[in-house]
Design a protein around this ligand. Sequence first.
Ligand SMILES: *Cc1c(COP(=O)(O)O)cnc(C)c1O
Length: 244
Amino acid sequence: MPDPILENLRAVHARIADACRAAGRPDGSVTLVAVSKTKPVADLAAALAAGQVDLGENYAQELRDKADDPALRGVTWHFIGALQTNKAKLVAPRATLVHDVDRMELAFELGRRVGATHAGPRTIGVLIGVNIGEEPQKSGVLPKDALALAADFALVPGVRLRGLMCIPPADADPRPHFERLRELRDDGRARGLPLDELSMGMSHDYDVAIACGATLVRVGSAIFGARRRPVPADAHGSPDDPGR
Ligand SMILES: *Cc1c(COP(=O)(O)O)cnc(C)c1O
């Protein structure tokens, strides 16, 4: 019997390649982050065995437990959810990239907790989470404030700013929101800010996101199957309900 996770990964990679081709972008200009939240370690291990190294989690304790599991050695961890400052210590030593950082306090705490390795001090990559639809209930910095925050992040020890991230409003056409995030990124780059990455696109819209310039897509259910609890409309979640 074919392994469904392997089959799904192949299908998602094929669709990413198609979207890159259609947009005139080179193969390999998009990194697939397989979102494994709520899924058992065996499913993640199957993805890893199939060559899927980048995995995303959105709940701090769950990321800690999975990252410390010997069966998942070799994974590059992405933290993609809203993060409480007091949980930064669980994420910072384990994640390579934190996608949804929207305040200085959290950036400082991530940098402080990232820790050193035998190879010297580690840095942690961060993306600024932008509330691109300016929805009152959502976390994320407002678009008009994003580049000022990006400039401030350059001052935070241990933290390396890499780009911007968004989740468009549910039930809306995502394209104008993805385009707006890209314009913001391009404005920031023109001002010399280190904004190479654009994290946008989920199972239902990653091809649109790639057409709009996404460099990281966060795809969960199209790879691992439906989760028991659906992602709520506000997928950023509140700190106590991380949108699982
Ligand atoms: C859960 C989640 C995803 C993946 O959602 P799917 O619809 O399952 O692809 C992407 N980004 C964030 C921030 C999430 O919380």
